[in-house]
Design a protein around this ligand. Sequence first.
Ligand SMILES: Cc1ncc(COP(=O)(O)O)c(C=O)c1O
Length: 385
Amino acid sequence: MTGKVLDGNVVDDVSFGAIVQIRDQLLGMQREGKKVYRLESGDPSFKMPEHVAKGIEDAIRRDKTHYTDSTGIPELREAIAHKLREKNNIKTATQENVFVTNGGMNGLYVAFRSLISPGDEVIIPNPMWTEIAEIIKLSGGKPVYIPIERYTNLDDAISHKKVKAVFVNSPHNPTGKVFSMEEITKIVDYAKRENIFVVSDEAYEDVIYDGTNHLSPGSIYEDTISLYSMSKSFAMSGLRLGYVHTNNSKIMERMKKMLRCTINGVNSITQYGAIAALNGPQDVIEEMRKEYQVRRDLIYSGVKDSKYLDPYYPRGAFYLWARLKKYPQGIKDAWGFSKYLLEKTAVGSTPGPVFGPYNEDYIRFAFSANTDDIRQAAELIKNLD
Ligand SMILES: Cc1ncc(COP(=O)(O)O)c(C=O)c1O
């Protein structure tokens, strides 16, 4: 290691991800042979669907292991465009304006990097999954946090001057909020009035409860960049498959360049798995959704009955966001509570400040782990002294 001074790099503004501390502690306990409950992060417990595994296997046997088009193989882009037209009602989607990315994360980076000029501001909700603010910063932009409760009333919220886009994430990580049609329309109307973009992250479009409907802003506003992921919809998180749709020709051009000079195409085998996922039976999505709803009910009722916590009722995604209404003796904030919970019960969680400023008294639980673990964790949280 050398200590040569290297400053002035935008990457230095990005955090290491505070959640790593909690995860390391959990993994340490696991290595010691202790039973732990992995409620600190959202990775589906399900196996990938059988027809996806078959698509991948076939691709290997057919020697589909060479370079692909850097924006995604045409057959996959066609399947994605079809899905966007039929399911998301984004009628403008074609093979030419959809882009296959290395998971939703890479899609977010490529999209923001193609949209933002230095100093541009992007409105994001508070709380918000950390990576959004970090990716905006990496792209030379500035995240402007607006409390999620005020998100449909943006006119009073900001100075307007440098705002390039408003970011929407519905269903929302970490609160599980699903924006209604009326709320999405208000945000879109604001974007229209200000002549700015909507960037819509729909990674959890299929994880939605109680018959709630998902509305894609891209179906009602053409200056929307829409982002999707197969990580949650098809339990394919490790395979890394996301996609982006835009109608803007300049952004299309930039995204093509970005993809060519960064990933130069997603792993070919994964792309064949994704074709199988989109063209095969879709009932797997509903089966997983139902099971997530069982888990949502279990964790919600456990947390609700805890003397320390007051949960927000999630209509989508697999996260429970809860306010700390009181603290155990000697504990002062969410970080302390998260550690206390881990030591007493082996239940992992994520402290609120990870998701943006002023969330000191909040905590997030992910309920993507298997149902038995969620049931036991809910009991442990409920009975925490
Ligand atoms: C809100 C949100 N968007 C996008 C993603 C990206 O997921 P992936 O990169 O696995 O597609 C995640 C992952 O947790 C997320 O929570």
